[in-house]
Write a protein that binds this ligand. Structure first.
Ligand SMILES: [Zn+2]
Length: 230
């Protein structure tokens, strides 16, 4: 994929966040990386989505330096940098303040796995990453946001659960490219809504039984996955 194709894809991922009602105003950003060049494209800071054009996307390297573009990149750029540096297998990152996933984040609770919709996405709860300390916020807020997420995933591959919510903040998702990261943001928001409604309807319900969870996760993501088309 050349940089022009990447630009179109990252633009489309940003637009999808609005079309799928995950983003209002400028509360969100999507990026996608060209691993050969070590450069990613990200939404510019504070630009309304209605005015966003593919050529506005800012090219940034893994030192967080702008290498192409006239606008300032998203203020969350250092978070994207840390995730790309730590996880070579990811190609896209998305951050939103979507209502239901953010509500779990504000409550500082993981999104519980209540059914197969969620189990198809992630084998268990969507983790709620710890709150940043005062020092972490003051000395490099966005960079330390990325490092806190990476710390939470120290013992598991990032693609096993391609998203997390950050305490007091909101969801971050990732994927093999920007569009997949955006799709994962849509899934995360919907499983958060379903988990909330499930617990309202029946506050006594436990998590999905392990044998059903494992069946669903493995048929889609396991070594012998058979969901979908070859
Ligand atoms: Zn945010």
């Amino acid at each position: 994929m050349n940089l022009k194709e990447l630009r179109d894809e990252v633009y489309e991922a940003n637009v999808r966040l609005v079309e799928d009602k995950l983003v209002v105003l400028t509360w969100g950003n999507a990026s996608g990386i060209d691993r050969d060049k070590g450069i990613f494209l990200i939404k510019p800071s504070g630009v309304p989505y209605a005015k966003l054009r593919p050529e506005h996307l800012v090219a940034v390297d893994l030192e967080a330096k702008v290498v192409e573009g006239t606008m300032n990149p998203s203020s969350d750029t250092p978070t994207h940098v840390e995730l790309y540096k730590a996880w070579p297998e990811i190609g896209g990152v998305v951050h939103t303040h979507s209502t239901y996933a953010t509500s779990f984040a504000q409550a500082c609770l993981p999104i519980p796995c209540q059914g197969t919709t969620h189990a198809d996405f992630c084998p268990g709860d969507v983790p709620c990453v710890r709150a940043l300390t005062k020092d972490e916020v003051e000395e490099g807020y966005e960079k330390n946001t990325g490092l806190a997420i990476i710390e939470d995933f120290a013992k598991r591959p990032p693609m096993e659960c391609p998203g997390a919510i950050l305490s007091h903040h909101g969801p971050f998702t990732w994927g093999k490219n920007a569009l997949k990261a955006a799709e994962n943001a849509v899934i995360l928001e919907n499983v958060a809504l379903m988990a909330l409604l499930t617990r309202q309807i029946n506050p006594a319900i436990g998590p999905i039984p392990a044998h059903i969870l494992n069946k669903h996760y493995m048929r889609k993501h396991g070594p012998d996955a058979y969901y979908g088309q070859k």
